[in-house]
Design a protein around this ligand. Structure first.
Ligand code: IVH
Length: 691
């Protein structure tokens, strides 16, 4: 290969252009599409090469060179945010026949259906595109939005209006308000044509049709969207002003009658129908006009869908049966250790780059040291790698007969590679963790990234790279610093706007994006704290149990005493057993953490958890215990219904319990309720309260 310094100026200029394009493309996939296509190391190498080229040929330093800019224009500068009338949900996944059986069994149990009662299932292809909500008012398309975080997406109305198969007006039989949820996709042929055209223009193509669809829609200049050949399939409803059907099939028929494009589907009556259809589609998959990554199963009866409701962000009445992941063979060039937010040391295989399912993969997770031992993975090994959907690529197995004898066994470090602190394994945990806590710079940076991430504070202006840079420069060392940055910036010798790549406008945008998030709902705040094992759903349960930050904090402190009522209340919350509770309690036992929370409370507004239907539901906020046998609904259904009305369902009776709903043959819990003077309701009383 030519060395960098052999190039004469014309060659250097051409090379500079190519590098700049690669970097811009990488920036875009990293910052905007959330889908980096090259590793951090490769990205850094590109930047270093560009910098050394510019230091040799300073004339190449133009205003728009990537060395003069950070990241790319964040999308929120262009797209308006849209709050969805009904949240846009995701789907749980199943992979094997047994999982499908379990999915159906669970529905049967939840609804208490007899073994021979047929549960009709609509099976539809799972389109691999970009989900979108179309809102029609008085039969006119008034808004189109991306899913975003499920509650809030981006306004892409103008872009969507350029998609010719989406009707802009509906015929008279359509309701006054109709929200259609569906998928925008790019057909395979259109994708190949687009990539060919991109190549002719010297641009890099899209990795796969889904990225191409997303990249085409999320364009501020919607004439670009118009120039791309996109399609749409409708598959669900959001807000609707009137009931349009009794079944999912009925919804599909109605949508089709209003000229909304619909996929093919199969009505299944048994597991064998479901599996036959799965195998058929799996075979036809590569011949379809568009990419699908599985099949979606939906309970056909809408009254059952309603009773089944949701768990967290996914419906109980639907699931996605994913196709098997694509597998390829490549070499492990090296194994690195990554340190995460909770100190976990995760081994990562650096692979000889290879395309899997249309995406270039150069890293795969090896999970933990036991996994490396179990699979006997060595540096230099040829391995089978698979990638399923958005999941991080995995090493499936080693091809040991391909070994030459030069492969090296990997010795797992017992010190943190980032800060040198001991890395230990606790109890039966497979994960080795850095014990450095907040003295480990990597843990701190990862916690900061989590704090500003989409489901937490969602601060667009603080991307991963900027967090790292500001941490390295000492500007942001903990979450509090984020909210004091604007004030401190006034006294910096080099204010942010004077840093390389920044200016007055980007500085203002940064502070705007921080200030916009100074009001945060309690559930997001709890999630943002990054406490081990407290994911989004658990954070929500905690928020709905404690309502305000003050009562949450004081309960967590009091719960340190395992004899306290607060401890009993905590472990009675769904999903929170002794292990999760100990992580929570440990977090609140640290003065440092309490100090951060208190300082944050002074700088921002933590909004009390808003119980759903607070005004209309008389049980909102109440603590309810179900005991004994219920006859008109299953226990799971009763609990889900109570929770959907904002009540908290607990497993044990205490002074704080508001109602005990006593079914047939209720025993000790009923007695305890009588002892404590808690209100006791029959199943009928309960039904009349909530009806
Ligand atoms: S139904 C409440 N049906 O898959 C149910 N989703 O992994 C909402 N998707 O966000 C989804 N094809 O973007 C449904 N036939 C189909 C689908 C489908 C693709 C996407 C959708 C959803 C994601 C969940």
């Amino acid at each position: 290969m030519t060395s960098l310094f052999d190039l004469d100026f014309e060659d250097a200029k051409a090379h500079h252009k190519k590098l700049a394009e690669q970097i811009r493309h990488a920036d875009k996939s990293y910052y905007i599409e959330d889908a980096p296509h090259i590793s951090d190391a490769d990205y850094d190498a590109l930047r270093r090469e560009l910098e050394s080229l510019e230091s040799k040929y300073p004339d190449l330093i133009t205003k728009d060179s990537p060395t003069q800019k950070i990241g790319v224009t964040p999308p929120d500068k262009g797209f308006k945010k849209v709050t969805h009338a009904f949240p846009m949900l995701s789907l749980s996944n199943v992979f094997r026949k047994e999982d499908v059986i379990a999915f159906i069994d669970k529905i049967r149990r939840f609804l208490d259906l007899a073994d021979d009662e047929v549960i009709e299932i609509i099976a539809e292809p799972k389109i691999d595109g970009l989900s979108c909500s179309l809102r029609y008012e008085n039969r006119k398309l008034v808004q189109a939005a991306t899913r975003g975080d499920g509650s809030q997406g981006e306004d892409i109305t103008e872009n969507v209006k350029t998609i010719t198969s989406i009707p802009q007006t509906l015929i008279d039989s359509a309701p006054n308000i109709l929200e259609v949820r569906g998928e925008i996709y790019m057909a395979r042929a259109a994708f190949e044509k687009l990539n060919e055209a991109q190549k002719q223009l010297g641009k890099e193509g899209f990795a796969n049709p889904r990225n191409a669809a997303a990249g085409s829609v999320r364009q501020l200049d919607y004439s670009i969207t118009a120039s791309r050949d996109l399609g749409f399939f409708g598959y669900a409803l959001g807000e609707v002003s009137e009931k349009i059907a009794d079944t999912q099939q009925g919804i599909r028929d109605k949508l089709a009658s209003w000229n909304i494009p619909e996929t093919s589907y199969k009505l299944c009556y048994s597991i064998s129908d479901i599996m036959d259809n799965y195998n058929e589609l799996l075979e036809q998959r590569s011949e379809l006009d568009y990419e699908i990554d599985g099949i979606v199963y939906k309970v056909n009866r809408l009254d059952w869908q309603k009773r089944l409701g949701f768990v967290s962000r996914s419906p109980r009445w639907a699931t996605a049966h994913k196709f098997p992941a694509e597998q390829v063979i490549t070499r492990i060039n090296n194994i690195d250790i990554q340190v995460g937010r909770t100190g976990a040391l995760t081994p990562v295989a650096r692979l000889e780059p290879i395309t899997v399912g249309g995406v270039v993969v150069s890293n795969a997770t090896l999970h933990n040291e036991d996994e490396i031992k179990r699979k006997d993975i060595r540096i230099g090994d040829m391995v089978v790698v698979q990638r399923a959907g958005d999941v991080i690529p995995q090493v499936v197995k080693v091809l040991s007969d391909k070994r030459s004898g030069t492969e090296k066994v990997f010795i797992f470090p017992d010190k943190c590679p980032e800060c040198g602190a001991h890395a230990t394994r606790e109890g039966a945990e497979a994960v080795r963790r850095c014990t450095g806590g907040l003295t480990c710079p990597k843990q701190v940076v990862e916690r900061l990234k989590h704090f500003v991430s989409r489901l937490a504070f969602d601060i667009d202006g603080l991307g991963d790279k900027i967090i790292q840079q500001f941490y390295d420069e000492g500007l942001i060392k903990n979450p509090v610093d984020i909210f004091t940055l604007e004030n401190r910036n006034k006294n910096f010798s080099t204010p942010i706007r004077e840093k390389s790549g920044w200016g007055k406008i980007s500085e203002k945008n940064l502070f705007d994006s921080i200030n916009k998030r100074k009001n945060i709902p309690l559930n997001r705040f709890i999630y943002a704290l990054g406490i081990r094992k407290i994911g989004e759903a658990t954070a929500k349960r905690l928020a709905s149990s404690y309502i305000t930050i003050e009562s949450f904090k004081s309960a967590m402190i009091a719960a340190q005493d395992k004899q306290s009522d607060e401890y009993d209340d905590l472990i009675a919350i769904d999903d929170i057993g002794p292990i999760v509770s100990s992580d929570l309690i440990d977090f609140f036992a640290e003065d440092h953490n309490l100090d951060i929370i208190e300082k944050l409370q002074n700088l921002i507004n933590i909004i009390p958890y808003e119980l759903p239907d607070t005004l209309s539901s008389s049980v909102a906020g109440k603590i309810i215990v179900f005991t004994g046998g219920l006859t008109r609904m299953t226990r799971a259904e009763a609990k889900a219904k109570a929770e959907s009305l904002g009540a908290k369902v607990s497993g044990s009776v205490s002074k704080k319990t508001d109602y005990v709903v006593a079914g047939e043959d209720a025993g000790s819990k009923l007695n305890k309720a009588k002892e404590l003077g808690v209100s006791i309701l029959s199943e009928d009383d309960w039904l009349s309260i909530i009806s």
